[in-house]
Design a protein around this ligand. Structure first.
Ligand SMILES: [Zn+2]
Ligand SMILES: [Zn+2]
Length: 105
């Protein structure tokens, strides 16, 4: 027979005034509102970028190079809340090619 776990006796944690969804929505607003260069410096983007790179195994998804990798946004629609499918890992050459052609893959 074990006693009542001590955490049961602790007062309930103070509820934040905003729900997680609201906080996330606010964060997305802030991320979308900042200049793109600033956005690329946020820990949010660094985390997304790393996930995209890991998913692509640090290889260009077009030519398989592992040099000068960029994480390209296929769409800016979900900026601040990117899905992994929104991001493509490209080497510098493939990346500039896509941008020069004005095409989004
Ligand atoms: Zn490439
Ligand atoms: Zn790009």
């Amino acid at each position: 027979m074990t006693g009542i776990p001590c955490w049961l006796n602790e007062p309930p944690e103070e509820q934040p005034q905003m729900t997680v969804e609201e906080l996330e929505a606010e964060l997305v607003e802030i991320l979308r509102g900042m200049p793109y260069e600033k956005y690329l410096e946020t820990s949010h983007w660094k985390h997304k970028r790393k996930m995209a790179l890991e998913r692509a195994r640090y290889r260009c998804q077009v030519c398989n190079s592992n040099m000068y990798l960029n994480v390209h946004h296929r769409t800016y629609e979900n900026l601040g809340n990117e899905q992994l499918e929104d991001l493509t890992v490209l080497c510098r050459d493939c990346h500039s090619l896509y941008h020069h052609q004005g095409e989004i893959i």
